[in-house]
Design a protein around this ligand. Structure first.
Ligand code: NAP
Length: 299
């Protein structure tokens, strides 16, 4: 039982019986910050030995304040581990043609290993059209229909950073996935759907829930691993969680200038292992994007 922590260390030497007393059991905070640190340290070491450095380009259209923050985070983290970045800015009024032409340029730029087009885009631009124009071998966000199709078929491709980050947190904490009941709440193209596929690939029995799911609690209580990616703070309460389960909270909603997840962390952590918000999946998302860029550089 690698995650069973006993408050009184003297008890560790005593018989196992006291471990059965629930008051002595604490559950692990599944820290994305720690897992990301481990991933980034490995990347830094690998990159330091490379003759040429991996290169990520980021296309930022307009000046959405949240996008500015996310892009800065990506650039800063990449720099820390020796990955080069180039920011390509287009104005809020840029045409779809201008974005597609930049995508074409980056697709054919031999110096750029991979690139992303930061979402959301201004409304005059069809995001799906832009995604379709990105070559899969440069799609380090793993969001294009071509990358998704490859993933469904089990063909090697770049996988979306957020669900990949969820998988890495589970791996970091040695959570067994094979044969486990996993419930994913949320079925978006960027989180829920690709995550369900990744879990299936690891032999989990996966249930995907969404806004039309009846009796959500039935599915959450049955889960050995529960991943919540909805964007509704407090959606998952302790009574919905199986004792000793692993709960990963992907949700991020700004409430009164604070970031909140979908899970009632303070109460859920008393009966299950749980990732916090902030400090959970967020740091992993950036780390996994950088990991994809390094992989693209390796070819
Ligand atoms: P999304 O596209 O809005 O999808 C939300 C999903 O939740 C949908 O599938 C929706 O069902 C489902 N849903 C809504 N209300 C529900 C309810 N009451 N019960 C069960 N399911 C419900 O969102 P997303 O892009 O996947 O993001 C989800 C959350 O993760 C957001 O808070 C987002 O900010 C966060 N996020 C965080 C990171 C990170 O790096 N930390 C990255 C990406 C996203 P329907 O399909 O039926 O509408």
């Amino acid at each position: 039982m690698p995650f069973l922590l006993v408050r009184d260390t003297a008890l560790k030497k005593a018989s196992l019986k006291p471990l059965l007393d629930r008051s002595l059991i604490m559950y692990n905070v599944l820290s994305g910050r720690e897992a990301a640190k481990a991933v980034l340290e490995r990347i830094e070491e690998k990159v330091s030995k490379m003759k040429t450095k991996p290169h990520l380009a980021i296309v930022l259209v307009g000046n959405d304040p949240a996008s500015e923050i996310y892009v800065k985070k990506k650039i800063d983290r990449a720099a820390k581990v020796g990955v080069k970045t180039t920011l390509k800015r287009l104005s809020e009024t840029a045409t779809e043609g201008a974005v597609l032409s930049l995508v074409d340029e980056l697709n054919n730029d031999g110096d750029v290993d991979g690139f992303i087009v930061q979402a959301p885009l201004p409304k005059q631009i069809d995001y799906n059209k832009v995604l379709e124009a990105i070559k899969p071998e440069k799609d380090v966000d793993g969001w294009t229909p071509a990358s998704m199709g490859k993933m469904v078929s089990g063909v090697k491709t770049f996988k979306p950073a957020t669900p990949l980050g969820v998988m890495k947190i589970l791996e970091h904490y040695n959570v067994e996935i094979s044969g486990k009941n996993v419930t994913v709440i949320g079925r978006s193209n960027v989180v829920g759907k690709p995550l369900a596929l990744m879990l299936l690939e690891k032999n989990a029995t996966v249930t995907v829930c969404h806004s039309k799911t009846k009796n959500l609690v039935e599915h959450t209580r049955n889960a050995d691993i529960l991943v919540v990616a909805v964007g509704k703070p407090g959606l998952v309460t302790a009574d919905m969680v199986k004792e000793g389960a692993y709960v990963i909270d992907v949700g991020t909603t700004r409430v009164d200038d604070k970031l909140r997840g979908d899970v009632d962390f303070d109460n859920v952590i008393k009966k299950a292992h749980c990732s916090p918000v902030p400090g959970g999946v967020g740091p992993m998302t950036v780390a996994m994007l950088i990991s994809n860029v390094v992989e693209a550089h390796e070819g």
